[in-house]
Design a protein around this ligand. Structure first.
Ligand code: PMP
Length: 398
């Protein structure tokens, strides 16, 4: 027995992939040509597996703001928000996010992971209960595990199952935290937030929604699934990230609960990590403004999303349950999925390969995501790459 024994399955898979010359995990982007094109693993490809939903990563205004902050404030803060790492721009971004979400409180974190994990770990504790959607992101699961609360999972997007579990809790719902996502990262499907919010109101407790994949995408102002469903008042905490539609890195939590001002100093992923660099905060602030000033980005994103979804569906692929900027193609057989991923790369499309346990079922996924920056021609080229796939061929060679 050794500490390494438990890693054997992982070591085996890595060896297997290396043996057939495929590197799907940690594929190396050798050169970025634009927000939508790059050289990956030596291949010139269209990027169809980023979370660059609004395509803002190369926005000149964002870059200029980042460069100016870098020149004026240096490369890093060298400290946590609680110690020396709170600069005026961190506070300004918190105020801008609070105004955008029309909430009173906001905390900015160093990563989306720190935000979602930290809030899930802190709000409920020993003696409390967390009821979470079974398909929740790993960061939420990690937080929940750290919280010390009793954890109850309900069936993905199944409000009736959530109700059953809340009913069973009886009076304990008063100190229960319900956790769901807005749009789910793997299949792009949306939570039935109107039903979930109604249940929270009826049974009590607090509701936290991770809108990492829906910021800038849904709702009249782009505030996410809760806004689109008209239930923002019933969401107690909204968490999310700057690493997708805002094209940077960092995370946030917004709320109308005044207690958040004090709770911030109980969140270990806020206290014990360095705050985001000034350049990151500067580009994020501009991206947040551009997201609001340019609703056409959202229109283009959804236009591209529908084009890809319809195109892949027309080819007969098993696609996500609903059209969204995340379009996942289910491939039941893991080896076939690996082979398809490799073929796609060679045919000029880089997508995400998702295998169990990262995928929500025992199936594997070829997860595509679209950007407002994709042209129609690029979307069509992604579809063409899929059209030529040899889905029957299981060898991982090209
Ligand atoms: N929540 C969800 C639903 C996510 O998909 C992610 C990132 N994949 C995170 C949180 C963490 O965000 P980040 O990668 O910006 O740390």
């Amino acid at each position: 027995m050794s500490l390494f024994d438990k890693f054997q399955p992982l070591i085996d898979i890595r060896g297997e992939l290396e043996g057939v010359g495929v590197m799907p995990f940690g594929a190396v982007t050798e050169k970025l040509l634009s927000p939508t094109e790059a050289i990956v693993n030596g291949q010139r490809v269209i990027l169809a597996g980023t979370n660059n939903y609004l395509g803002l990563t190369f926005e000149p205004e964002c870059i200029q703001a980042g460069q100016q902050a870098l020149a004026e404030q240096g490369t890093g803060t060298t400290g946590s928000r609680m110690a020396n790492g709170t600069f005026a721009a961190h506070v300004a971004l918190e105020q801008e996010l609070a105004a955008f979400f029309a909430k009173q409180q906001c905390i900015v974190f160093s990563t989306g992971y720190a935000a979602t994990m930290g809030m899930a770990a802190t709000l409920a504790g020993p003696g409390d209960v967390i009821v979470l959607d079974a398909d929740s992101h790993a960061s939420l699961y990690d937080g929940v595990r750290l919280s010390g609360a009793e954890v109850v999972r309900f069936k993905h997007n199944d409000a009736a199952d959530l109700e059953k579990r809340l009913r069973r809790l009886g009076a304990r719902t008063a100190n229960t935290l319900i956790i769901v996502e807005g749009m789910y990262s793997m299949l792009g499907d949306q939570a039935p937030l109107a039903d979930i919010a109604a249940l929270k109101k009826h049974y009590g407790g607090l509701l936290l929604v991770d809108e990492a994949h829906s910021l800038g995408m849904l709702g009249e102002h782009g505030r996410g699934v809760a806004e689109a469903a008209g239930v923002e008042e019933d969401v107690d905490f909204t968490v999310g990230t700057f690493s997708k539609s805002l094209g940077a890195i960092g995370g946030y939590c917004v709320s109308n609960h005044a207690e958040l001002a004090a709770i911030r100093f109980a969140i270990r992923s806020y206290i014990f990590t360095a705050s985001p660099s000034p350049s990151v905060i500067a580009s994020t602030r501009v991206a947040l403004r551009l997201m609001q000033e340019r609703p056409e980005l959202r229109t283009r994103l959804w236009d591209n999303a529908r084009r890809l979804y319809d195109g892949l569906q027309a080819l007969g692929f098993k696609v996500s349950p609903q059209a969204s900027p995340v379009v996942a193609v289910t491939i039941e057989d893991r080896d076939r999925a690996i082979a398809c991923w490799s073929q796609l790369l060679h045919r000029g499309a880089y997508v995400n390969l998702v295998m169990p346990p990262a995928s929500p079922s025992t199936d594997s996924l070829l997860r595509c995501s679209v950007s407002a920056a994709h042209s129609h021609e690029q979307i069509d080229r992604i579809i063409e790459a899929f059209a030529g796939l040899d889905t029957e061929h299981t060898a991982a060679a090209n």
